[in-house]
Design a protein around this ligand. Structure first.
Ligand code: UDP
Length: 358
């Protein structure tokens, strides 16, 4: 299938929203880099802070870039002292469910302990607005779908635990120090920038959609289907896939809401539709016109069978709605990226390292 560029144009610039310099922690990662692009398109100034452990310097298309780790208190203090930052988007985290089952301490350290440094530095410098990247993983095995925000959070893996703990820390800082925060519980981020500039590039890649598409680009690869005996119509896990540009747009709305005096809040971010692993593979086959090689294997520990969001609350309160609702469009943008960047950012002509655009 041809990629229909016309229907996938980025959201148009609608003017200066009155938000100043935004510090984007983890802005060189897959989700972060798409947020940076969208924030820049809206005319805001950005500083990206990223340790480049999983992110890519080339993914940060503009603004100031500073390499470092949020575990390093000194550098955080220097950044807040040197720049007039008025809000923070915090998305630096380890984010793989399976990995978190094997190495929980890494997750508690990177996702919780190091985040405390960040909050400490913010509060010390009177920066009191944060948009936090949370996750559907906080819900565990929900009894009702679509999941609403008041569904009891009972994570079934350490990754989800770390996100829930950090949300609680934010709430405590709100009460004690007047922190204003919006926590966005992402469901499954997917797709790529429709301009084809940036996309998903993990090493190793473990997420379903890129794994499926890469199997078409790298000889001899098969897509493992993790479990076919779940209590779902075709036996495979069901997830709610949301386009990366729609996630980025939600961050703009969240920043505007915080600056507009909206109180702290927690929102789901999903499409409200669930697709099984087998349905994803089928749609990828339709979009690419190729057969996907698969192998059915054991369940992956920590995977809940069904996660589907209700995003009614963010629609009602922040006016967010998904523009890339169709799974076909989500996969088409991802396919365009992977086809043109089979080696991820290493396929790009941009060089690694160097100073940021300032
Ligand atoms: N999955 C799979 N094969 C893969 C990667 C993922 O069957 O190679 C399944 C995984 O078990 C889960 C769903 O696809 O049910 C989405 O997994 P992903 O890692 O993309 O996101 P997660 O839901 O873990 O955040």
């Amino acid at each position: 299938m041809d990629y229909n560029r016309q229907s996938l144009l980025p959201l148009e610039f609608t003017g200066e929203p009155g938000v100043g310099k935004v510090l984007i922690i983890g802005g060189a990662g897959y989700i972060g880099s798409h947020i940076v692009k969208r924030v820049l398109e809206r005319g805001m100034q950005t500083i990206v802070f990223d340790n480049l452990q999983t992110g890519h310097r080339e993914a940060v298309i503009g603004g100031t870039f500073i390499q470092g780790d949020i575990g390093d208190e000194r550098i955080l203090q220097e950044i807040f002292a040197a720049h007039e930052i008025d809000s923070v988007i915090h998305m630096a985290a380890d984010c793989l469910v399976g990995d978190s089952m094997k190495d929980p301490l890494k997750y508690f350290n990177n996702n919780v302990s190091k985040g405390l440094n960040l909050l400490g530095a913010m509060l010390k410098h009177n920066v009191n607005k944060m948009v936090f990247s949370s996750s559907a993983a906080v819900y565990g095995n929900p009894t009702r779908v679509p999941i609403e925000e008041d569904s009891p959070p009972l994570p079934v893996n350490p990754y989800g635990e770390t996100k829930l703990i950090f949300e609680k820390i934010l709430e405590s800082c709100k009460v004690a120090h007047g922190l204003q925060y919006i926590s966005l519980r992402y469901f499954n981020a997917a797709g790529a920038d429709p301009d084809g500039l940036i996309g998903e590039d993990h090493h190793p890649e473990t997420h379903l959609i890129p794994t499926v598409l890469m199997a078409l680009l790298k000889k001899g690869r098969k897509v493992p289907i993790y479990g076919t005996d779940y209590d779902t119509p075709d036996g495979t896990c069901i997830r709610d896939y949301i386009h990366i540009v729609d996630i980025a747009e939600a961050h703009i709305l969240a920043l505007e809401a915080l600056h507009g005096g909206e109180g702290s809040d927690i929102f789901n971010l999903g499409n409200g539709k669930g697709f099984s692993v087998k349905q994803i593979i089928q749609m990828a086959s339709t979009v690419t016109g190729r057969t996907i090689p698969v192998i059915e294997t054991q369940r992956r520990p920590g995977d809940p069978p069904i996660l589907i969001a209700s995003s009614e609350k963010i629609g009602r309160k922040l006016g967010w709605f998904p523009r890339y609702e169709k799974l076909e469009d989500i996969i088409a943008t991802a396919w365009r990226w992977h086809r043109t960047h089979p080696h991820g950012f290493r396929s790009s002509s941009l060089k690694k390292g160097g100073k940021g655009w300032t």
